[in-house]
Design a protein around this ligand. Structure first.
Ligand code: NDP
Ligand code: 8X3
Length: 257
């Protein structure tokens, strides 16, 4: 798609799942990419793959979005040719556990809040000023159906994703006169490493989340990101809720077998 050719796209959490698929989809459409996550070996592998398959430039680096000093340092030291970021995809995120609040491990809360809320804020705080300077940009946040509804066992995860909804809405108001669009894409179940991380590596539990239904794939969400990013300049997708056909809402699913 010509609209993305030579654009600069910054993606957090590109080492897996939605972030990785989104990076590949942007590359297919001719965008240059800054890809980041903590697992640098995966990021480097993805950068090599993209450079080999698509004629775009890729700048990979290690980034833990929870570390504001690091976020600030990395973004303020971007090579000058990479500073004109057109699209920021705030994707890095995670869930921890599905326990009742009164029985839960508070360490998981810290991780979710630090990553899903504070991490998104830190990266946005450092990249949006570059967009404001250019009076051009598009921030695409990956929220969740959990940002619109709450389910038992998800008090903190749902709170973090409700925060993403609120932050997105505030950002849109703040950036309305700056030529910067703000969108959120809010999926239901997507089969990625999300459940494996949520259940601390228990693959049986993770697999059961998707039992008897066809979940969304990371590619489905990447396509939605590209759709948002390719609307003409005068049009913005504010919020897009995208669900598996067998999932009615955050907690009612139709499972076969
Ligand atoms: P994955 O676990 O497959 O990917 C998560 C990505 O986030 C990884 O690349 C991981 O990289 C990165 N990440 C996690 N913590 C940090 C951190 N502190 N700093 C930088 N990067 C980090 O899951 P998904 O692809 O499914 O998740 C992507 C987003 O989609 C998340 O925000 C999630 O909440 C949201 N989402 C997912 C849904 C699902 O059902 N899968 C549904 C709705 C929303 P690394 O570990 O290398 O740092
Ligand atoms: C992840 C999907 O349904 O577990 O955002 O909240 S869900």
């Amino acid at each position: 798609m010509e609209r993305l050719k030579n654009k600069i796209v910054f993606i957090t959490g590109a080492s897996s799942g939605i972030g990785k698929s989104t990076a590949i989809e942007f590359a297919k459409n001719g965008a240059n990419l800054i890809i980041t996550a903590r697992r640098i070996e995966r990021i480097n592998e993805l950068a090599d793959f993209i450079r080999k398959e698509y004629a775009v430039k890729v700048l990979p680096f290690q980034l833990d979005v929870r570390n504001y000093k690091l976020v600030k340092n990395v973004i303020s030291n971007l090579p000058s040719e990479w500073q004109n970021i057109d699209i920021l995809v705030n994707n890095a995120g995670m869930g921890r556990g599905l326990n009742k609040l009164y029985e839960d491990d508070v360490n998981g809360w810290e991780e979710m809040i630090d990553t899903n809320i504070k991490g998104l804020l830190y990266v946005s705080r450092e990249i949006i000023p570059l967009m404001v300077k250019n009076q051009n940009g598009h921030v695409i946040n990956i929220g969740s159906i959990a940002g619109h509804e709450a389910y038992g066992g998800g008090a903190v995860y749902c709170a973090t994703k409700h925060s993403v909804t609120a932050i997105t809405r505030s950002m849109r108001i703040e950036l309305l006169d700056k030529g910067i669009r703000v969108s959120t894409i809010d999926p239901g179940m997507v089969e990625t490493e999300f459940s494996l991380v949520r259940f601390y590596g228990d693959s049986e539990k993770a697999k059961n989340v998707y039992k008897g239904l066809t979940p969304l794939s990371a590619d489905d969400i990447a396509e939605a990101v590209i759709f948002c990013a390719t609307r003409p300049k005068h049009a913005n997708i504010n919020e897009m809720i995208i669900m598996p056909s067998q999932q009615a809402n955050a907690f009612i699913n139709f499972r076969k077998g």
